[in-house]
Design a protein around this ligand. Structure first.
Ligand code: GLU
Length: 383
């Protein structure tokens, strides 16, 4: 595996975009439940491993149109708005049910273009999603198609997913649809087209290769996927285009199946470190033993075992100071646990977290990607 391709379990915040043609059986006009159950079990596994999961799900219009008896083919705007109003209820319910089977809570977020483009609304949407993630819920996001008119809509969930992924600092975005990767030319029109396993940079040549493909149920063709890749990779989010036409699509990616990885020049981790180093307000502090100080200096994460004392009232995701045994600040970082829980796991082995807290969280108190040594942004390597 090259540097761009990494085990999925190494990503800490993963956004998955699921296309309409995967979710909805075109002929039966119903949800493909078995397939979705397989995908959700893949997601649940990543979630159990400590990753934050966001879902961007299409399918509202596809599910609602048959219920309303609307014809096949492109819909007028008011018909797609009406179809979405009906279909979104079913869509949210199915995700909630499927996630619930794994003990995961779902939260529905419907966004319009302005929610990701206007600063005040952007911050608002980001805060809501952030809060859901802190509580270990999975936001299930779609465009608010019922009120989105042509001037104020994305119209495709590829770009929407990329904006959301960049907005929340996802380190990975997976676009699942009926195409299995990015080709040197549109494969339907060109039998010599070859799948590119890795796209290092989105050059004008790459953009020219994208062509203009799309299927009836899903709006996004390769063009919107390349636009999505630009948005995502500029924000430090790596992106994968993979086929969802297989059972357990994330397992297939993890095993090195056909797909395309888009590299990013930055990482959310790097962006996060700069932000942590610059954020003045810490909500609390932990004092750690000298062994843990030495480990941090070697670029390791802070484990609960090294914590001697916890001060302040902070919640998961807050910036806290890390002090050595003599009280001097050695680092600061974003805590993976609330203060109350930190008190309970301090000095204990990570393996005991589940039995102490009654829920399994991250093995680290502060992950190394979320940690900055005092006086430096660069001294702890990021991936
Ligand atoms: N938001 C649309 C829906 O839920 C789908 C857009 C897309 O397919 O990209 O039906």
């Amino acid at each position: 595996m090259g540097a761009v391709m990494q085990p999925l379990s190494s990503f800490r915040r993963v956004t998955i975009k699921v296309g309409s043609s995967l979710l909805v059986d075109h002929d039966a006009q119903d949800v493909r439940r078995d397939w979705l159950a397989g995908l959700v079990s893949d997601l649940a596994e990543l979630h159990r491993g400590g990753a934050d999961i966001l879902v961007v799900s299409s399918g509202a219009i596809a599910l609602g149109r048959s219920v309303l008896g609307l014809p096949r083919g492109p819909l007028k705007l008011e018909d797609s708005q009406a179809a979405a109003a009906v279909g979104q209820i079913a869509l949210a319910r199915i995700w909630a049910e499927m996630l619930h089977r794994h003990g995961i809570v779902a939260g529905q977020i419907l966004v319009t273009l302005g929610d990701t483009e206007e600063r005040r609304r952007y911050l608002n949407a980001r805060a809501t999603i952030g809060r859901l993630l802190e509580r270990r819920a999975v936001p299930v996001i779609n465009e608010n198609d019922t009120v989105a008119t042509s001037e104020i809509r994305y119209g495709d969930n590829d770009r929407l997913a990329a904006r959301v992924a960049a907005m929340v600092g996802s380190d990975l975005l997976v676009l699942l649809s009926d195409v299995d990767g990015f080709y040197t030319a549109p494969p339907a029109a060109n039998p010599d087209a070859k799948l590119m396993p890795v796209v290092e940079r989105i050059t004008p040549e790459i953009e020219a290769m994208a062509g203009d493909a799309g299927s009836e149920l899903s709006r996004g063709g390769m063009r919107t996927k390349i636009e999505a890749a630009k948005i995502a990779t500029q924000g430090g989010t790596r992106m994968v285009i993979a086929s969802g036409l297989v059972a357990h699509p994330l397992k297939v990616i993890a095993k090195g199946g056909r797909c395309t990885w888009f590299a990013t020049p930055s990482t959310p981790a790097r962006a996060r470190k700069t932000w942590i180093a610059g954020s003045l307000e810490t909500k609390g502090a932990v004092t750690i033993d000298s062994g843990a100080v030495a480990a941090l200096k070697r670029g390791k994460s802070l484990l609960p075992a090294g914590i001697l004392r916890v001060e302040g009232t902070f919640t998961r995701g807050d910036a806290i100071a890390v002090r050595g045994p003599d009280g001097t600040e050695v680092a600061r970082g974003l805590t993976a646990y609330d203060a109350d829980d930190a008190v309970r796991i301090a000095g204990r082995s990570s393996a005991d977290i589940l039995s102490i807290l009654g829920f399994g969280g991250r093995t680290e108190m502060i992950h190394r990607d979320d940690l900055v040594l005092a006086g430096s942004v660069r001294s702890i390597s990021s991936n």
